[in-house]
Design a binder for this molecule. Structure first.
Ligand code: ZN
Ligand code: ZN
Length: 136
């Protein structure tokens, strides 16, 4: 029997503004809190325990990678148009303690969002093979 796929992290019920509960129009990312990371790790441990329990004893035991960490983990914050932070801020990843959208700070927030990693531009094109270069 196929293992059911994990539920998507974003459930339709969460697509409401976290400030007023209205329909979400915009979203941005923030780092998970320690509790949220612990929840994810606990859920993963449960899943692994179940896999081990259901594993065929005649086969080698299932192997699991390292447990999830906060690295690269983000949570999506939803807001309606009225509670939206500004566009530049919404493009960044906020800290786990960011209280946005907090009406007192709008359209800003009370954290210093992470600067996105700078993607180095690949401006050095790979040279073509010799026999592809036509001499004019
Ligand atoms: Zn709202
Ligand atoms: Zn923030």
């Amino acid at each position: 029997m196929a293992t059911p796929l994990p539920l998507p992290a974003v459930l339709p019920a969460q697509l409401a503004c976290v400030a007023c509960g209205g329909d979400a129009l915009v979203s941005w990312q923030r780092r998970p809190t320690e509790t949220e990371v612990a929840d994810v790790v606990a859920a993963e441990k449960d899943r692994r325990a179940e896999r081990l329990l259901l594993a065929d004893p005649d086969l080698p035991p299932p192997e699991f990678g390292p447990l999830p960490t906060a690295d690269g983990m983000t949570r999506t914050v939803y807001a309606c148009g009225q509670h939206a932070i500004d566009l530049d801020a919404a493009a960044l990843v906020h800290t786990s303690s960011c209280t946005a959208p907090n009406p007192a700070n709008l359209p800003g927030c009370d954290c210093t969002p992470e600067t996105p990693p700078h993607e180095p531009l690949d401006d050095e094109p790979m040279p073509l093979p010799e026999h592809w270069i036509t001499s004019a």
